[in-house]
Write a protein that binds this ligand. Sequence first.
Ligand SMILES: [Mg+2]
Length: 340
Amino acid sequence: MGPRIVSAELEPIIGDAGMILSIWTDDGVRGRGEAVTRAGFAPPLAALEAAARGLPGALLGRSLADLAEAEALAEDACEGAPGPLRFALEGALLDLVGQREGRGVAALLAGPEGPAAAIERSALLVGDDADALAGEIEALRAAGFGTFKIKARGPWPAAQGRVRRARALLGPEAALRVDCNGSMPAADAPALLGALAELDLDYVEEPVAGLAPAGWRALAGAGVRLAIDESATDPRAWRAALDGDAAAVVIVKPAFVGLLAARQRIAEARARGVEVVITSALEGALGVAAAAHLALATATSAPAGISARAAAWLPAWLDRQAPRITAPTAAGLGVAGGEG
Ligand SMILES: [Mg+2]
């Protein structure tokens, strides 16, 4: 018989759209997880709060001896719950189990081969004009980053000019990813993608909004790899995208689908030869840490774009200036102090 859950509290994150879930067991250990939301990716905060109301009732008094019980409990307590709430609960339960067993969450989530010791991550370019981009790229290259991502949200083709500048400043060696967030007009997309293909990009994410898998496949003819992100957050859309061979790369955001569902998605995508990139989603330290643990656990060969821009309480092992994330020696999620 393991320790029992004696308290489960949800607190809003000040100034942000999310909640921190804290769970205590009767041996005095606390586990924490984070739920965040964002328009276009996840249900609004009010929906998360409504779904979270039944959580304490489902958790109190339950035994939490090991990973198997944590997974079963997450399954029970989160049936039908939105992804961000699952992510918070799974993060908190694995944080508890990891602390009790003296293991990191990456080790708990990994297969028999164990987690990777370290993973690479990409850097997000935010500079608008050529000077800002040049300064940013110089600093990031000096820090050791080799993979970069840039948002290109239109209006097109002006956005293309910025991507071209970034590629020229980066030189031919660096990997460059472009995220359009669905901003290309459908009619212009083949030509715009064809022009981007000349820039030797790693991939282009979400070129056109609202495409069915056949539409994605048609755009693959433009000659650049396509990556699917927000179009496949919903489980049904995920299934359709995977079954329909929509894209060569999938972006998995554990914060919006849950840690265990994200791990499942990674396995499914890999089984079909689809490349996986794990990213965070503007969450704080607890959420970024959970996403990083999953990236370590699954040893994604592609750099994981785990941005820590919004994290106020980031532990040293998640230092956002570092091009690699090394597994923390601390047990659980490896986030101490702060409110996450
Ligand atoms: Mg994206």
